[in-house]
Design a binder for this molecule. Structure first.
Ligand code: ADP
Ligand code: MG
Length: 217
């Protein structure tokens, strides 16, 4: 069975593609055959990144393919253990298709109300259209390091009825530089930053395992 994760948001630039690349890297490192379906045909962030990765000889190799539709992206999914759908922003129809196809939906968000509010609006709209809230999780991204702000953001999302994944990815130029090199944010030159990102990745994996167990039960 292919495990499908969807990265969605209403806002652009929140970290969907960064998260997609990190999860792909962690899955591959863990021995899972993985593919990123880059559904943002305008940006093609992941597809370009895979090109830089290959150019720089970064291993393990990542499989990324651009798709104009979720339907075609799903067609060769059975060949992989994990499929990561990297969505485009402001695309309610595509977002809904991704949500339907995904076992787990991750919405990356910053800590300010400006970022949190559209994330919650999106999650609510998915629920309204029949998506189970249990398969929606928020990931704290580009955080500032303020514990108070972090706690407030987590509380805001919890009160809205959603799970917030453990760990967060702080704003760091080293993460940006790693991406420029074709690396994932668990592959920077800094151990602490890699460990921090890996904690979020582990939290995604734990959530997936939990959902799978429930399905079996
Ligand atoms: N933790 C971070 N620190 C600094 N810059 C980041 C971080 N995460 C992502 N970025 C940068 O933010 C921008 C948007 O990220 P991206 O993952 O492409 O978002 P989205 O796919 O949601 O549009 C990119 O330029 C990316 O390199
Ligand atoms: Mg993107």
């Amino acid at each position: 069975m292919t495990y499908t994760i969807g990265m969605v948001s209403q806002k652009g630039g929140v970290g969907k593609s960064t998260l997609a690349r990190m999860m792909a890297r962690e899955f591959v490192a863990g021995g899972l055959t993985t593919k990123i379906a880059d559904l943002d045909t305008q940006q093609q962030t992941c597809a370009h990144w895979a090109g830089r990765r290959a150019e720089n000889g970064v291993t393990p190799e990542m499989q990324v393919q651009s798709f104009a539709s979720v339907k075609t992206a799903l067609e060769d999914a059975p060949r992989f253990d994990a499929l990561i759908l990297d969505g485009k922003p402001n695309a309610s129809e595509q977002t809904m298709e991704i949500a339907k196809a995904s076992d787990l939906i991750v919405i990356p968000t910053g800590q300010t109300i400006d970022d949190l509010h559209p994330g919650v609006v999106l999650a609510h709209s998915l629920r309204k259209k029949g998506i189970s809230p249990e398969k929606i999780a928020f990931a704290m991204f580009k955080t500032t390091g303020s514990e108070r702000e972090n706690a407030a953001a987590r509380q805001y999302l919890a009160e809205a009825g959603y799970l917030v994944l453990d760990g967060e990815v702080s704003v760091s130029t080293a993460y940006g530089s790693a991406s420029d090199m074709g690396k994932a944010i668990t592959e920077t030159s800094f151990r602490t930053l890699n460990d921090r990102a890996a904690r979020l990745a582990q939290s995604v994996i734990d959530k997936m395992a939990e959902l799978q167990e429930r399905q079996v039960a």
